[in-house]
Design a protein around this ligand. Structure first.
Ligand SMILES: [Zn+2]
Length: 447
């Protein structure tokens, strides 16, 4: 990428504007697909058009590249407060910037838990302080995420919660989930459920099928997810609340989502890059980087989830970024924690799988990582690119191929199953709130 820095006064006192020149702008909200320039200043997209005047702006040549809204991740574990050995708001924000994300939503399974408004305020303040990506806290559905007593959802919302979830745990009680959907509804925030029947899971370690038998590891049937998905869909129908289903991994769950869509039941869902690209066959070798909840499933399940993302039945791709330090992963498969570090590799992994191999339209893939999540959050101010809007953008090089090296990641979590694999289609520039936060893979932050 070449750059010419033009002379002249900047767009405003102390702020130098940026002109992204000659990129292919893809905006799913307006279905814009056109080569043009984008001028950014004062944290806002000032102008989009052909042959814009470069006066006073730092010009970045992005010809041959794609300019898209900044990516939004609905599902991230930042571990702070309490788990700073695994990740912090700072390292997670750096990983987000490196991955092209400008908004990430932080799950509340921290210590103390995000069942308290002060934890919401803490996460918001910390994230804003680094200015690398917007960090939106998620509050818990229930106190201590124990699934018994409902959290003070109104207070969590007022303190900045963008959603509520007991993720890590499912909400086992149907009544608690019903009440949460009802209480959250007037605030317009979604209830995000980790769909799993813990009795059916029964201490399983990987997907139940050929490979679990072959490897001698206790299996988790796909139905342990699907029975929870069925209940959640029915409760969404009952309450007309805002139900969002996390990390869908099973073919039966996709069939239930189709039933919901055909029945007019308001429910949204996300799929992760790992469930779209890896299967239970990857677990041979017992590498703990492939241990995740829900587990990597068989090829028929991967294919069903992938087709649902392509068709738009599933409107969001979310990472479920779950970093762990070596102690939690450098051990026997049975004892390892569940989780994959995914923020920095997400776009390349899905671009390679869905655009390069499956010929999905880049516009549609970008929609799953921008507009889709923005709509789940009910935030009309992000996930789209337009003059006058927030200057949250990502520039993607669709031709760039790179080998993943977990040693170079910004996250503290080295639990990366993609290590050593080559993927095509990487973010090369991130602009968050008008500020460049990543360029050519390097995060721009002087702490
Ligand atoms: Zn989960």
């Amino acid at each position: 990428m070449t750059e010419a820095v033009n002379g002249g006064a900047a767009g405003g006192a102390g702020s130098e504007g940026i002109l992204l020149k000659g990129g292919l702008v893809l905006d799913p909200a307006s279905q814009t697909e056109q080569v043009m320039d984008v001028r950014i200043a004062e944290g806002v997209v000032q102008e989009m058009g052909v042959g814009l005047d470069a006066a006073g702006a730092r010009v970045v040549d992005v010809s041959g590249k794609i300019v898209a809204p900044g990516l939004i991740d609905l599902h991230v574990h930042l571990r702070e407060p309490g788990g700073e050995v695994h990740e912090t708001v700072q390292t997670g924000s750096m990983a987000a910037a490196a991955g092209g994300f400008t908004t990430i939503c932080a799950m509340p399974n921290t210590s103390p838990r995000g069942d308290d408004p002060t934890v919401m305020e803490y996460i918001l303040r910390k994230g804003a302080g680094f200015g690398l990506t917007e960090v939106l806290p998620i509050g818990t559905v229930s106190k201590q995420s124990e699934g018994k007593e409902i959290s003070e959802i109104g207070l969590l919302y007022q303190a900045g919660a963008c959603a509520i979830s007991d993720d890590g745990n499912p909400v086992v009680s149907g009544l608690v989930l019903r009440r949460a959907l009802e209480y959250a509804k007037p605030f317009g925030i979604p209830v995000i459920d980790h769909c799993e029947d813990p009795d059916l899971k029964d201490g399983g370690l990987m997907h139940e099928g050929y490979w679990s038998t072959r490897l001698g590891l206790k299996g988790i049937p796909a139905e342990s997810e699907a029975v929870a998905v069925a209940r959640d869909i029915l409760l969404a129908g009952l309450t007309r609340g805002k139900m969002h289903l996390a990390h869908i991994s099973a073919r039966q769950s996709v069939e239930l989502l189709r039933f919901a869509a055909e029945s007019g039941i308001p429910v949204t869902a996300e799929a992760t890059p790992h469930h779209l690209t890896l299967t239970d066959a990857d677990v041979q070798g017992y590498h703990t980087s492939f241990k995740v909840s829900p587990p990597l499933r068989g090829e028929e399940h991967r294919r069903a989830v992938l087709e649902a993302v392509k068709s738009g039945l599933i409107t969001c791709i979310a990472t479920d970024h779950a970093p762990w330090d070596a102690e939690n992963k450098d051990c026997e498969f049975e004892n390892a924690s569940n989780g994959i570090s995914g923020l920095e590799t997400a776009l390349a992994v899905v671009w390679d799988a869905l655009v390069v191999r499956e010929k999905m339209r880049p516009m549609d893939l970008i929609a799953r990582m921008t507009l889709g999540p923005a709509e789940v959050l009910g935030r009309k101010d992000r996930g789209r690119l337009r003059a006058g809007g927030r200057a949250d953008l990502v520039v993607i090089d669709p031709e760039l191929s790179k080998r993943v090296d977990r040693g170079t990641l910004y996250t503290k979590g080295r639990n990366c199953p993609y290590h050593g694999r080559v993927y095509q289609g990487w973010p090369v520039l991130t602009v968050a709130g008008g500020r460049m936060t990543m360029r050519d893979g390097k995060v721009m932050y002087e702490g």
